[in-house]
Design a protein around this ligand. Sequence first.
Ligand SMILES: Cc1cc2nc3c(=O)[nH]c(=O)nc-3n(C[C@H](O)[C@H](O)[C@H](O)COP(=O)(O)OP(=O)(O)OC[C@H]3O[C@@H](n4cnc5c(N)ncnc54)[C@H](O)[C@@H]3O)c2cc1C
Length: 423
Amino acid sequence: MSRDSQQRFDVLVVGGGPAGMAAAVRAAECGVRVGLVDDNANCGGQIWRGASEVGQSQDAAIWSSLLRSANVTKLYGKRVFHPPEAGVLLAEGADDLCELRYASLVVATGARERFLPFPGWTLPNVMGAGGLQAMVKSGLPIRGKRVVVAGSGPLLLAVAAYLRKQGAEVPIVCEQASWTSLVRFGAALLGHPGKIAQGLQLKRDLAGVRFAANSWPLAAHGTPILESVTIFRSGTTEVMACDYLACGFHLVPNVELQSLLGCKISGGYVQVDECQETSVQGIFSAGEPTGIGGVELALVEGQIAGLAAGGRRAEARKLFGERRKAQRFARMLDRTFHLRPQLRDLSAPETIVCRCEDVPYSHLREHRSWRAAKLHTRCGMGPCQGRVCGPATQFLFQWTPDSVRPPVFPARVESLAGVEKSG
Ligand SMILES: Cc1cc2nc3c(=O)[nH]c(=O)nc-3n(C[C@H](O)[C@H](O)[C@H](O)COP(=O)(O)OP(=O)(O)OC[C@H]3O[C@@H](n4cnc5c(N)ncnc54)[C@H](O)[C@@H]3O)c2cc1C
């Protein structure tokens, strides 16, 4: 397939979530040519997906409006899958292939949920918490459905509140973190008045919903689809009937594109300097790939990256104080929602860990590294390219992931033929 279009930007932003939107707006204010590419039909990312609905947050309204009026070329519905050479990215649309050239790049690719395997987790209607929320936002009817929400992280509460507003019955939210960690987290929130307001709102939205700390799913049951879930709750087990299990264990940063571009990754995050520039000159990263810290951190990092990429580093500096504060919150999240070791024992020998290639736990535990497991079992070699089983095996076996191989996302054969031509 030939490249259907070729565009050239001074600053190209990959990812149209809060970080990417803020980066694009601020870069455009510098008077340079800016492009914003995202694989969704619209901007907004995970949190502001479908933000046209009534009740969108003030921040969503402000940044959507700023982006609408900014001089930014919006390339929605296009997924970046390959950097064929320095300064060039290839992006695939529904039926086209674009070559995007840039002088500076801001990579704001967000995060995804972490899934841990347990018996029954591959049953239909066991879904990621954020994934179920996204499907409901896209039209999945949830009114009257009974949804158990379980796993770890503040996303669980946001999802439970959202599903309840859409008419779902949420009998319980199960959080694996201990009460001690959660109380410490609550006390530390006193330094973040905005977060306290959000917390109080969530408390109102979830009035009457049981919240269980020290609690996680042990097994999901049903034939052929989910009918109930066994929950571990402070030393006891309980079987609960449900239509859906919304389950995710905090978030994993999306760093694969940055890694392929040669940016240094440490502790799972992209390493950046004070202006959000990575170890590769001219390539910046912002939002969840540099630290899981919520929308405020994503917005301020995006602004700093956009200004610095647009050539206004002095202006970017004025935002460093705001970022420091948001980073403190990110560190608190990491500490509070650290996964407890008992979760390593959830899988039975026959529990599937790599669902693309149907690899059970018993086949994986024979191996000593991610690479050996890949070679012998094909774990991580299916369509998701280890995005789901990679973080799971990293937690289960403490394996270090391999270097990322192109393409970053599965692409059409014609698009890959386009890559060959440039090679
Ligand atoms: C599934 C999920 C649901 C969430 N729901 C909530 C919520 O309800 N409330 C809340 O407070 N927080 C939620 N969060 C957390 C929230 O995402 C963060 O707090 C913050 O908003 C992240 O902003 P970001 O810009 O860094 O990333 P994101 O908002 O994730 O934006 C990244 C964007 O980059 C796009 N992208 C990634 N790779 C490519 C590529 N190769 N080519 C093109 N586009 C690409 C993604 O599709 C996405 O639109 C959720 C997180 C996840 C993972």
